[in-house]
Design a protein around this ligand. Structure first.
Ligand code: DC
Length: 228
């Protein structure tokens, strides 16, 4: 198998920033799997499908053509980069992420990315389900207060207007509960995942630490030379 850096953890733990920066530094492909669930939810809505109609949502996932890169999310030709980061899509994505058939389809796509070259993949079940044999598994976490405060300040997340930490915190708590208690691949830390607590730690320090871990794991191999 090619090299995989699996990064899991709850919303607002800093996975996105860290995964992107690390992928750039290593010249590995970056895959945000949450964006895939979000894009499927958006497409289902766009087709006026009831968001809890599992068969029809799974058909959307099956027919999905994704184009993902560092800062763009496209599904079947629709650029949904901004459209999928709204409080409404937070809920819709969490709903479709509970569906076993949707998960099966998207996990297969996620595995395909790694067949093409080394990847940094972030999500909730990357180290537990998608790549149980990942090269390195990380679990990023932060206190609920810190995670809510990051989300409230995140301009890409549609909360800047509301900006109230209380509102964001309760939405985050609901979503956390959905992610941790669902039957299909709930958010949980793999036994062999390295726990990284990011509360109060600047992103660049987390990135440096993660790069150190990956380089140590790869030993003599020089991961900066890209895809091999
Ligand atoms: O990371 P995110 O907030 O963009 O994820 C959107 C939703 O999808 C969220 O409810 C968690 C879920 N998800 C998942 O179940 N499994 C993944 N690998 C990634 C995200």
């Amino acid at each position: 198998m090619t090299k995989v850096l699996a990064i899991d953890g709850p919303s607002g733990a800093g996975k996105g920033t860290v995964a992107r920066e690390v992928a750039r530094a290593l010249n590995w492909t970056y895959v945000d799997t949450g964006a895939m669930y979000r894009a499927v939810a958006w497409k289902a809505r766009h087709e006026a499908i009831q968001i809890n109609d599992e068969d029809r949502v799974a058909a959307v996932a099956d027919a999905a053509v994704f184009e993902l890169d560092f800062d763009r999310v496209v599904i079947n030709g629709y650029d949904v980069t901004r459209l999928i980061r709204t409080p409404d899509m937070d809920v819709a994505a969490a709903t479709v992420a509970r569906m076993p058939s949707v998960r099966r389809l998207l996990v297969a796509r996620q595995r395909d990315y790694a067949a093409a070259g080394p990847v940094v993949m972030e999500g909730r079940d990357i180290g537990t389900v998608v790549f149980p044999d990942a090269t390195v598994k990380l679990y990023l976490d932060a206190t609920p207060e810190e995670r809510a405060s990051r989300r409230a300040k995140d301009p890409t997340h549609g909360f800047s207007r509301a900006g109230e930490i209380g509102v964001v915190a309760s939405a985050l708590a609901i979503r956390d509960r959905l992610d941790r208690t669902r039957q299909a691949s709930p958010l949980t830390r793999a036994d062999d995942a390295i726990l990284i607590e990011t509360t109060g730690v600047p992103a660049r320090d987390v990135v440096a630490r993660v790069l150190g871990i990956v380089r140590e794991r790869l030993g003599d191999e020089t991961p900066t030379d890209g895809r091999r």
